[in-house]
Design a protein around this ligand. Structure first.
Ligand SMILES: NC(=O)c1ccc[n+]([C@@H]2O[C@H](COP(=O)([O-])OP(=O)(O)OC[C@H]3O[C@@H](n4cnc5c(N)ncnc54)[C@H](O)[C@@H]3O)[C@@H](O)[C@H]2O)c1
Length: 355
C-alpha cells in the first residue's frame, strides 16, 4: 500500500512538473500558451498554401498567435514577402517558395489550401496556369493530406455559383457557370477542386473541409488588381474618378477579413465527418453604386463616379445564405461595413500605394 502511494505521488509530481515545464518553455520562447477549457491548447504544425497572399497572410498571423507552427508555401505570383514580414523573425514560422502544381512534402497536422490568384486581372493573365493551380494544387495537397492523415481545407469561392438564378445562394444550389468563358479557368478550376476534395474523402477517407468564400476585403489587398473595395478606396483617396462597370445596380456582399479567418478556423475544428461546403460571407447586400457613394463620403473625396461597360460573365448579384455556417460553426460576421471600410481606408492612407 505504502509503495503504491509513493509511486502514485511520484507519478503525479512528474506530470505536474512536465506541465509547468511545458508552459515555462513556451513562455520563454515568447509564445502565447492558450488554455482551452482548462486544457493546454495543443500546438499543431499547419501548412498554408498561398500563405503570402491577402487572406493567407492574415490566416498565418492568426495561427501563429494561437500558438501553432506554420509553414507558408507560396510562389509569390500575387503574394509578397511584405505581407508576412511581421512573421519572419518568429521561429514557429517558415516560408517555402514553391508552386503547388508540383508535389510538396512536410510533416503537418493540417493544411489550408489557398494557393490561387483570386482577382480576375491576375487569374486571367495565365488562365492555363490558373486552372492547373486549382486542379493540380488540389491533387497535391490532397495527396499530402492522405499520406499524413492530415485534415485539409479548401478555399473555394462563391464563383462556383456563377451568375446565380437562386438568391441568396445556399450550398445546395449547384450554380450557373459558363464553362467556356474568360472566368471559367477560375470558376471551373475551383469547381473541379471541390469535386476532387469530395472524391478523396469518399474514396480514401481523407478528412476534408470546403468553404466557399464570398467577397472579402481588408488590409494587404493588392491595390489596382480590379477588386472593387480596394479599387474604390484608392480612387477616392486620390480624388480620381471611381469606375463602376455596368449600371452600378449589381449587388455584392462584403465580408471583413477578420470575420472570414474566424470562420475558417471554426470550420477546420468541426467533426471529421463534416465536409461542407459551407458559405462564409456577409449577407448584408449593397449595390456597387451604394458602396462607391459610401467610400466617397467616408474619405471626404471629390471623386466622381463614371460608368463603363460590364465585363464578360460578371454576376449581377451575389449574396450568401449563411444558415449552415450559423448552425454548424456558430459563426456569423460581426464587423459592419463602415467599421471594416474605415480600417481599410486607414491602411491605404498609410501605405505607399496612396500617391
Ligand atoms: N479574396 C476573396 O474575396 C476571395 C473570395 C473567394 C475565394 N477566395 C480564395 O481564397 C484564396 C486566397 O485568396 P486571396 O484573396 O488571398 O488571393 P491572393 O491572390 O492575395 O493570394 C493567393 C496566394 O496564392 C499564391 N499562389 C498563386 N498561385 C500559386 C501556385 N501555383 N503555387 C503557390 N502559390 C500560389 C499567390 O502568390 C498568393 O500569395 C484563393 O484560393 C481564392 O480563390 C478569395
Amino acid at each position: 500500500m505504502l509503495i503504491f502511494l509513493f509511486w502514485k505521488i511520484t507519478f503525479l509530481k512528474i506530470v505536474y512538473i512536465n506541465q509547468i515545464g511545458y508552459i515555462c518553455n513556451h513562455k520563454q520562447n515568447g509564445d502565447s500558451v492558450s488554455l482551452v477549457n482548462n486544457r493546454i491548447h495543443k500546438m499543431k504544425r499547419i501548412l498554408v498554401s498561398g500563405g503570402a497572399g491577402f487572406i493567407g497572410s492574415h490566416l498565418c498571423t492568426r495561427l501563429i498567435n494561437d500558438g501553432h507552427e506554420v509553414i507558408c508555401l507560396d510562389n509569390f505570383f500575387t503574394g509578397s514577402k511584405d505581407n508576412i514580414a511581421h512573421l519572419m523573425g518568429n521561429h514557429h514560422f517558415e516560408v517555402v517558395r514553391h508552386d503547388v502544381t508540383y508535389p510538396y512534402s512536410a510533416e503537418v497536422d493540417e493544411i489550408y489550401n489557398l494557393a490561387c490568384p483570386a482577382s480576375p486581372i491576375h487569374y486571367q493573365h495565365d488562365p492555363i496556369q490558373t486552372a492547373k493551380t486549382s486542379v493540380m494544387g488540389a491533387i497535391n495537397m490532397l495527396g499530402l493530406a492522405m499520406r499524413l492523415d492530415a485534415k485539409v481545407l479548401q478555399a473555394s469561392t462563391s464563383e462556383v455559383y456563377g451568375d446565380p438564378i437562386v438568391h441568396p445562394q445556399p450550398e445546395y444550389y449547384w450554380g450557373n457557370v459558363n464553362p467556356v468563358g474568360y472566368r471559367s479557368c477560375y470558376d471551373e478550376g475551383k469547381r473541379c477542386a471541390e469535386t476532387l476534395f469530395m472524391d478523396y474523402h469518399r474514396q480514401n477517407d481523407v478528412r476534408v473541409k470546403i468553404i466557399r468564400i464570398f467577397n472579402t476585403y481588408g488590409p494587404r489587398m493588392l491595390p489596382n488588381d480590379g477588386r472593387v473595395v480596394s479599387n474604390f478606396v484608392l480612387q477616392a483617396l486620390n480624388n480620381e474618378d471611381i469606375t463602376i462597370y455596368g449600371d452600378g445596380k449589381q449587388t455584392r456582399s462584403f465580408q471583413y477579413i477578420d470575420d472570414l479567418i474566424e470562420g475558417m478556423i471554426r470550420m477546420m475544428e468541426t467533426e471529421d465527418d463534416f465536409t461542407g461546403p459551407v458559405n462564409l460571407g456577409n449577407p448584408n447586400e449593397f449595390s456597387i453604386q451604394e458602396l462607391a457613394e459610401k467610400i466617397i463620403a467616408m474619405t471626404d473625396s471629390s471623386s466622381k463616379i463614371v460608368f463603363k461597360s460590364l465585363p464578360n460573365d460578371d454576376p449581377k448579384q451575389r449574396q450568401p445564405d449563411i444558415t449552415l455556417a450559423r448552425k454548424k460553426l456558430g459563426w456569423e460576421p460581426t464587423i459592419e461595413l463602415e467599421d471594416g471600410l474605415s480600417r481599410m481606408i486607414e491602411y491605404f492612407k498609410g501605405s505607399k500605394t496612396n500617391k
